[in-house]
Ligand binder design. Sequence first.
Ligand code: F6P
Length: 341
Amino acid sequence: MRIGILTSGGDCPGLNAVIRGAVLKGTQIHGQEFVGFRDGWRGVVDADIVPLVRKDIQGIAKQGGTILGTSRTNPFEGDGGVDRITENMERHGIDAMIAIGGEGTLAAAKRLTDAGIKIVGVPKTVDNDLGATDYTFGFDTAVQIATDAMDRLRTTGESHSRCMVAEVMGRHVGWIALHSGMASGAHAILIPEQAISMDQIVDWVRSAYDRGRAPLVVVAEGFVPDHESDAHSERGLDAFGRPRLGGIGERLAPIIEERTGIETRATTLGHIQRGGTPTSYDRVLATRLGLAASDAVEEGRWGRMVALRGTDIVHVSFEEALDSLKTVPQHRYDEASILFG
Ligand code: F6P
């Protein structure tokens, strides 16, 4: 069987380890052949195809990014569509696809599967917000990068007796903020799932300062403070129709400074969290998902995604994969917030 692999949506560390795992298992055990589609669905629509043989994937598990490139192209827009994709696959002798991506990628994969195209999915999101899998690769790396950054922010904060505000990724959910904030001993963690008043934030900062600490506030980019809830939509949409985020740390810092009298600085970690070498945890998880994706193709599990449940790799339907956003549950937030005061 000849399989096309694509990586789609925002990148994250571990994508190359998935590709390597699938190609090694597929070529060595199942006798499968592989090609790569360049830049996600764009390469599928434009038939922009590169060979993927053993020498192409050697030593790539430790490399960040994706050797195939990625994009946020929707395969149903522009020149795309089922007929065009089917024709491209037939012309290039491609029998099936492994699509590595997040919610948008899996939604497109589901539509194509419903139209008869053979696809197996692999979950990917640095935000860790896909309900059908316990963890996504890339998340552990992002948390590690954010934690390292906060450890550094704390030492400079302590030198100057300043409050430091660190903005991390997390469009809809606060997993990166929760984990990096817990790991670095934050005095406040602000996430989209929790409505937290400015009064409460000021109290947490003040109380840490009064205990002789340099307050550290970790805020997820999707957090909306009470005074901004009406204005949230005013920042508009980006070119892909998503609400513009970012800058919440910069907006909170002057308010904290004014209301507490404590000098305050904000740092936005941004795409640093998605760059560079994956942690060993992410390499292992991504490799196992790649191995399982090759098996799933061999077994003809079309329309299913490989996922992590406990320590096992399982298969879930695309419907289940798309069914629920994995938000931070109340008890996990309560656990973390005990440490603030
Ligand atoms: O979904 C992952 C994510 O990293 C979000 O946390 C963030 O809002 C978004 O991608 C950034 O996307 P882009 O790379 O397109 O700016």
